[in-house]
Design a protein around this ligand. Sequence first.
Ligand code: FA5
Length: 333
Amino acid sequence: MENRLISIKNKAVEALLSIDQMTDLNNLKASFLGKKGEIAELMMGLKDLSNEEKPKVGKLINETKQVLEALFEEKKAQIEAKEIAIKLEKEAIDVTLPGIKKEIGTAHLLSQIVEDLEAFFIGLGYEVKEGPEIETDHYNFEMLNLEQGHPARAMQDSFYIDPNRLLRTHTSPVQARTMLQSEGKPIQIICPGKVYRRDDDDQTHSHQFMQVEGLVIGKDISMANLKGTLLAFIKHFFGKDREIRLRPSYFPFTEPSVEVDVFSEDGRWIEVLGAGMVHPNVLKMGGYNPDEVQGFAFGIGVERLGILKYAIDDIRQFYTNDLRFLKQFKGGR
Ligand code: FA5
């Protein structure tokens, strides 16, 4: 019997060496220590022994049973420890790993310039207005003293959708719309937005670009008010005393008219805006009496301002979405 018990013990030790899963352990334990296991089987055999042998053999079996139970407990603890270690490793967060950085974009340079202009003019008491990009011939030209067949229409070669509608060639139609809405009351507005022309693209021209229109109407408005406003704006925008010049010019909707050039870093005069005193015909069409009120107006080319301020070599840089270009301008919102 003793040999039998030793061999059971050895068998268990050997079997335990080869497993590392809890389910295998439970099965193995049942085959040795379960109700129908080897130990139970030996216990059953006790009844056939003599009264003298019974306690002796019973004791031996019990001892073996206890050894086996201890072995199984030990293995169970080992497997549990291993399972916890695996779980911990899987769920571990390495706080020293670099994080995932979210890149935060910035407003496009053109938007930054427009926002700067808006802030400046709002500070002077102006309101910001908007108008449609698809305009009627009526507002884009006729209300601005450019009737059908007027030779000056050729100055703004246009994209027509049908004989009456076109992509607006300038932001000036918002002047006419605002005058009609204001019903003779004083006006002080700016209007930023996109405009379109059949201009050939080059370093300083684009077929689509941005303007900021300005219109002031009231009593005793003079050319001196226009000049003072433009000089204050240019000083604000460039942050220093840039050299500028006002050139006499012609627009059908202003009289007298000027164009304003700013001296660039590479020694060129670059035209940034057109302006003038609102033509009496335009005032009349807008519902104002030119004998009682006067007005000045201007139309600023937004890209041209950017080109001058940041020494940008080509207007097309604004539209090609090259991040290397855009990332240089991280101001704004
Ligand atoms: C006008 O568009 C007039 N409506 C401006 C105006 C408003 C005059 C109110 C008087 C009173 P002009 O065509 O010159 O004018 O354009 C105004 C500005 O837009 C120019 O000075 C220039 O800065 C810019 N600009 C004109 N054409 C282009 C173009 N193709 N690409 C980029 N900028 C342009």
